[in-house]
Ligand binder design. Structure first.
Ligand code: HEC
Length: 131
């Protein structure tokens, strides 16, 4: 194979790999969004994760507004959030229940969605290209 053909092939492969990543991420976030809805997280946190679900006003401490990463008591990276979902968060009398019945993968996907809500709070960020 001529050198130029090899170079073209490498460039095409590199571009394909790069394009694939946002696509995969948006699929993960979309699956996380559906799990978030199916598991009733919005009842407390609100569907946009702003801490304003229908029962939020009755809770003390209040449910987290996911845009406020500094308010998190545990870590804010995907595995820490997935871990919080496994254990729940009740040490200060809060009513954040444990989602131990979900799989590790499901908790990870929900965590990705929670993080996407934080990222989407700055204008223009977090939008998934649709091309
Ligand atoms: C019954 C209401 C309720 C439901 C349902 C609920 N949460 Fe929470 N959640 C809370 C409350 C209250 C807190 C704050 C607890 C505290 O500050 O001690 C919290 C905190 C959190 C935190 C922040 C953890 C930290 O480090 O501070 C995350 C992330 C979270 N919830 C995600 C979820 C997800 C995802 C779901 C659905 C799978 C969910 N919650 C369902 C009430 C709820």
């Amino acid at each position: 194979m001529p050198v130029r053909a090899v170079l073209v092939l490498m460039a095409v492969l590199a571009a394909a790999c790069q394009d694939n990543r946002p696509q995969q991420l948006s699929e993960e976030i979309d699956r996380g969004r559906r799990l978030y809805a199916a598991n009733g997280c919005g009842t407390c946190h609100g569907m946009q994760g702003r801490g304003d679900g229908p029962v939020a006003a009755t809770l003390n401490p209040p449910p987290r507004d996911f845009r406020d990463a500094e308010a998190f008591k545990n870590g804010t990276d995907p595995s820490s959030i997935a871990n919080t979902l496994a254990t729940g968060l009740t040490r200060d009398g809060g009513q954040m229940q444990s989602y131990f019945h979900l799989s590790d993968r499901e908790r990870y996907l929900i965590a990705r969605y929670v993080i996407s809500l934080r990222e989407s709070s700055s204008p223009g960020a977090g939008h998934v290209p649709t091309h």
